[in-house]
Design a protein. Structure first.
Lengths: 387, 449, 338
């Protein structure tokens, strides 16, 4: 057992060529346009699966950003951060404080969120990146858990602990002037950013985030990061100092998380400590691996799948199941309800666990590998018929 | 009350419901005209309305959440006139007719709060945005209740709190769109006071172990105020991390601290663990300062008592309600719930059931689902026959005032549910306080869409 | 003085549990190269072996309580009591220690099935995928336990004989104020015995020698014509038994619930890393070290200087140790560093 790596490069190649490396920058741009279109039309095409309502599409976009950012670090450099949720939390707190102290306009909130995520990532990254592999993972985990534990308890004056930081009627909001009777809403220069408007703000950010990530991959910087992933020692031996590169990737990915955190506050002005717990960090890791780490689109898909389970599967009860299986004859309908009820509602965790296992057993490269396989089969059969 | 006749079959009832709906449609039209305003999820002329039940289905409070859900399902049945009618038989004043609400059949959707503010809000938003609920209810922690209550205010959909015990819910963080039937830490302290004096005297030295978050702090403060007023000394109040698991490092300093009372401001799993371990360290059998060492758990629940097993015997605390109460309302509810599910309801189930009924009743009484009118109907509403005696929904802070139970872990249970015995029913007057002491502001009745 | 001794004992106790879980994790990692996120679930399953034993022994005849009419309430009289009287009650009283009889075979079986059925297909896969699949497995196991036993903690008391406290102050000549619960002392002795047993097994048996050699250089040992694989499967079973026993014996201290494994999982990974990946001695050392530091950080004297220190001490120590010693306390170069 020597020099085990967190993510062996050999395995990565299985996915990478078909999904990413192949194709020109022009192909990339076409994919980008399709992606942008798909994101903006989410409220339409998600409607048949019951996911087209503001809160969930917002969550898809926000966690998509988080996962894309995480993937810049993990997918490109192979550094597995287990504390990414801390940056999300810090971004949220910064944004809510901006709403409380400055203005309900979302622009400063987002800027502060990104900045806070970046600065926090710089501090943690500087210390953590002195180590590699699992030692790095545990260092990031330790910092995130410390942040969570303190935010929940002794830092309550800043974070409002268990309840979460919320807006209050008597917040100063020095740029906005006195508030009316009720709590003000977040806005973009007067346009309220709740509901679907909030989603479009998040969607535009997601598209920008995707574009930036795409450019980073293609850039010399991105190449350097991938070289670090495949063999950091060799890079170091050639006199190439990898630290600034990994630190830059870490900070960028922290800023993505900060952006995601601030957007959570934009669409719902509340920041809770639970956002920083290790389970939240673990969720990002799972999203990325589930979708396909190293690919651009995979993490977004992974984020969507997990959020869908959390919000839709958990809401199924026997009543809903009964309605779904309405088309079956009575006896069969009851049998179907009995059969499926352990997997939905309070059992949605069980389904999630089973899905994790199935995907990783049968599709080592995540959902994206599944897509690539289908595409390959399709291509083959098409060339067969052509012949 | 023939409508509650068990032999009425579902089909006939539905037909009846439709007829009533048709009958009510005309006046409804005019009533709606009176408040021409649109409001979120206005059922309009729909035949049914939806409630959202947002309870913990995963995580440490999943069992409590499951019990809350059972109670809600029962409430829906009773409001729709199915089953034995439950508390509709004993509640006074009663506007509900057992035909749904304002003639509309009641349906429900469920969601998982995971006992996390974010997840709870996401789930509530799903109910409001996607499922179109007219009211939502539930929850098993104060953090979640406060977070969700503020969402209710933002969205203009009424939230009927489930189990939440922090003073903040109807104090510092109270909201116009949030209502709490459950009691709070202040009332626990006020109710415990006289019982503690009677059982332990006025010369005691207390040591607090407190869960290190908002609920723990408010409870510590409330209990401290009470005990210090009795003449007790507070030796020390130590904060413990949430979910510490092993509390031994916090318990050993109690042993030789000179304290003769240990107060555990913990809830759920933390309470089960800290109590189990405190007893393991011999605290229950100790003699200090010539007195028997005592442990107090200010907030009890049956599930916690089950988890701590033998260790709860003889330990004092408070609860909102207990199934062994003999009044007509409690007995009726225990009967309905027991016959439906085969075991007695927990206090969480009771408060959730009552909350669902109270909201439905207020709509019926107001003649509309328009939230500002429903809120005004609930504010200052006084009712009886739902357990806990005569109860007031105070207008100033949306807190219910009613009798509070002081209970003790039972020494010789006669059956598997007989874990707590009621020591005293502290009358409502003794636990009532001035709404101003906790500050906070309810906010406006009308919320922009 | 008393306070310091008591906190040291508390720390050793906690450390014992950490060390036992970390030991198993390191064994699996060192031999199979697999990062097992389901290890916390194994700890939890061990605890539920104790619960199952208790449920089996307290199988009861239900005598209806006729004073309750609205639902079926009954007083349970265990069959063991009906059949054997006081001897039966004594058996029930001892259900936690007796659960050893159940825990060892069940956990061994679970370990073997897990390795043959799932883990073996993941030797060559990336650690990220190992994490995902074992995490998925942990959730599935956990949810099954929740479906069977509910989410509420289940009381599993220690036998009556050892329910009280030992008068260790008198033994040590420090006066009668120093007492400590018997069961916690037993847990300490038990974890020490298991740790010693595992080390002795690896050091003094041929089997252990091969395993140790395999941990150093698997390929060479394989080339010598030794079936390393079969032995590693057994090692996995062994690690499952160690985790299970740790969980089973912990039940009188921590009433078990379905989620307890997840809570120990993160902590035990921190322990393993602080000890140094792949080092058994390091895992044990770090387990006890973190346990003791956690106890001392919770003392009021310490908390009054640094508020909230008890919330973060474990993680803070991890950060400091990894800054001073890049591969943990006793870690080897090149393991899991890539």
């Amino acid at each position: 057992m020597s020099a085990a790596t967190i993510d062996s490069p050999g395995n990565q190649k299985a996915v990478a060529p078909s999904a990413n490396d192949g194709g020109s920058s022009r192909a990339d741009h076409i994919k980008f346009l399709i992606f942008a279109l798909a994101v903006l039309t989410m409220p339409i095409w998600l409607s048949p699966i019951g996911a087209a309502y503001p809160d969930l599409v917002q969550k898809f976009a926000i966690f998509g950003i988080l996962a894309i950012g995480f993937n810049i670090l993990f997918g490109l450099t192979g550094y597995l951060s287990f504390g990414h949720a801390a940056f999300l939390g810090v971004g949220s707190y910064a944004a809510v404080w901006s709403f409380k102290l400055l203005t309900m306009n979302i622009v400063p909130a987002i800027l502060f969120g990104v900045l806070a995520g970046g600065v926090f990532a710089l501090l943690i990254g500087y210390v953590s990146l002195r180590r590699t592999g699992i030692y790095f993972s545990i260092l990031t985990l330790a910092f995130a858990q410390m942040s969570y534990n303190l935010a929940y308890s002794v830092l309550t004056p800043i974070t409002n602990g268990e309840t979460g930081l919320q807006l209050a009627l008597h917040d100063p909001r020095i740029l906005d002037g006195p508030a009316g009777a009720g709590l003000p809403s977040t806005n973009l220069f007067g346009m309220l950013t709740v509901g679907y408007t909030g989603f479009y703000v998040c969607a535009v950010m997601l598209i920008l985030a995707y574009y930036l990530a795409m450019r980073i991959r293609r850039s010399p910087f991105g190449m350097a990061l991938r070289a670090i992933k495949s063999n950091q020692n060799r890079m170091n031996y050639t006199g190439f100092n990898t630290r600034p590169y990994t630190l830059a990737a870490f900070v960028i990915s922290g800023m993505y998380a900060g952006l995601a955190g601030s957007l959570m506050a934009v669409v719902d002005p509340l920041a809770g400590a639970e956002r920083m717990q290790w389970t939240a960090s673990g969720e990002v890791v799972l999203m990325t691996i589930l979708g396909g780490s190293g690919t651009l689109l995979g993490p977004v898909l992974g984020a969507g799948i997990i959020k869908y389970f959390e919000n839709i599967f958990s809401a199924f009860n026997d009543q809903v199941l009964g309605r779904i299986f309405d088309f079956l004859p009575e006896g069969l309908q009851e049998a179907a309800v009995v059969l499926f009820s352990p997997f939905v509602g309070e059992g949605w965790h069980l389904t999630l666990g089973v899905v994790f296992m199935l995907i990783v057993i049968f599709l080592p490269g995540g959902v994206m590998e599944g897509v690539a396989r289908i595409k390959a089969r399709f291509d083959r059969s098409r060339s067969d018929t052509a012949r | 009350m023939t409508i509650f006749d068990k032999n009425v079959n579902r089909r006939r009832l539905l037909q009846g419901g439709v007829a009533v709906t048709a009958g009510l449609a005309a006046p409804n039209f005019f009533i709606k005209g009176a408040w021409a305003e649109e409001f979120r999820n206005n059922p309009g002329s729909a035949k049914s309305v939806k409630f959202g039940f947002n309870v913990p289905q995963t995580g440490a409070y999943a069992d409590e959440g499951a019990d809350e859900l059972r109670a809600y399902q029962l409430a829906v049945k009773h409001i729709n006139g199915e089953g034995d009618g439950g508390l509709l038989k004993t509640m006074t004043p009663l506007s509900l007719k057992g035909n749904g609400i304002l003639g509309k059949k009641l349906e429900y959707v469920t969601g998982d709060t995971q006992t996390k503010s974010d997840a709870a809000r996401a789930s509530a938003k799903r109910m409001i945005e996607k499922d179109g609920v007219i009211m939502f209810s539930g929850g098993s922690s104060s953090g979640v209740a406060v977070a969700v209550q503020s969402l209710a205010q933002e969205m203009g959909v009424i939230f009927m709190c489930g189990l939440t015990h922090s003073n903040d819910t109807t104090g510092k963080d109270k909201k116009r769109y949030g209502f709490r039937h459950f009691f709070n830490a202040y009332m626990s302290g006020a109710a415990l006071g006289p019982v503690l004096k009677e059982n332990m005297g006025t010369d005691r030295r207390a040591y607090h172990l407190t869960a290190d978050y908002t609920w723990g702090w408010t409870q510590e403060e409330s209990i401290k105020n009470t005990t210090e007023a009795l003449g007790w000394t507070t030796v020390k109040a130590v904060r413990t991390p949430l979910g510490a698991g092993d509390f031994s490092q916090y318990i050993t300093p109690v042993l030789n601290s000179g304290a003769d009372v240990l107060i555990l401001n913990h809830y759920g799993k933390d309470m089960v663990n800290s109590l189990t371990q405190a007893v393991q360290f011999g605290l229950r059998d100790k003699m200090v300062n010539g007195k028997k060492f005592e442990i107090i758990v200010p907030l009890y629940s049956r599930l916690m008592a089950q988890g701590a097993g033998e260790n709860v015997k003889g330990i004092l605390g408070t609860t909102n309600w207990h199934w062994s109460l003999r009044d007509a309302g409690s007995q009726t509810f225990v009967k309905s719930f027991g016959q439906e599910y085969g075991f007695p309801p927990s206090q969480a189930a009771h408060t959730c059931y009552v909350q669902a009924l109270l909201y439905a009743n207020a709509c019926e009484q107001a003649g509309t689902f328009y939230p500002p009118e429903v809120i005004k109907t609930l504010e200052g509403f006084e009712f009886d026959g739902m357990g806990n005696g005569k109860t007031l929904y105070r207008a100033e802070d949306h807190q219910c005032f009613k009798d509070v139970l002081v209970v003790r872990g039972k020494e010789n249970p006669t059956n598997q549910f007989d874990l707590l015995e009621v020591v005293k029913e502290v009358p409502r007057a003794d636990v009532t306080y001035d709404a101003k002491i906790f500050g906070g502001e309810l906010g406006p009745y009308k919320v922009p869409l | 003085m008393d306070a310091v001794i008591l906190q040291a004992l508390n720390g050793l106790d906690k450390g014992g549990a950490y060390a036992l879980i970390a030991l198993g994790l390191t064994l699996i990692f060192g031999t199979l190269g697999v990062v097992n996120f389901a290890h916390g679930a194994l700890f939890m399953l061990g605890a539920f072996c104790a619960v199952t034993m208790q449920k089996l022994l307290t199988l009861s005849r239900q005598i209806e309580d006729t004073s309750v009419t609205f639902f079926k309430a009954y007083k349970e009289v265990p069959y063991l009591k009906i059949w054997f009287g006081d001897t039966g009650l004594l058996l029930i009283d001892y259900s936690v220690p007796l659960a050893v009889l159940l825990t060892i075979p069940v956990m061994l079986l679970i370990g073997l099935i897990m390795e043959r059925g799932l883990i073996q297909y993941f030797y060559k896969r990336s650690h990220a995928e190992q994490i995902l699949v074992t995490f998925g497995l942990a959730i599935v196991v956990q949810e099954i336990i929740k479906a069977v036993f509910g989410a509420n903690p289940i009381p599993t008391p220690a036998p009556n004989v050892v329910a009280g406290s030992a008068d260790i102050g008198t033994w040590l000549g420090l006066g009668p104020t120093l007492v400590y619960p018997w069961w916690r002392l037993i847990y300490l002795a038990f974890s020490a015995a298991i740790i010693a047993g595992v080390f002795a097994f690896l050091r003094f048996t041929t089997f252990g020698m091969v395993v140790r050699a395999g941990m150093q250089d698997r390929e060479t040992v394989g080339l010598l014509g030794i079936d390393v694989q079969r032995r590693f499967t057994i090692v996995f079973g062994l690690a499952a038994v160690v985790a299970g026993l740790a969980g089973m014996m912990y039940t009188p201290i921590l009433p078990p619930d379905y989620h307890m494994g997840m809570e120990f999982l993160v902590l035990s990974f921190v322990v393993v890393v602080v000890g140094g990946m792949g080092s058994l001695e390091g895992a044990v050392l770090a387990g006890f070290l973190l346990g003791i530091l956690q106890s001392f950080a919770s003392m009021n004297e310490v908390k009054s200087i640094i508020p909230g220190i008890d919330q973060i001490i474990v993680y803070l120590v991890a950060v400091v140790v990894l800054q001073v010693r890049p591969r943990g306390l006793l870690g080897r170069r090149g393991v899991m560093e890539g």
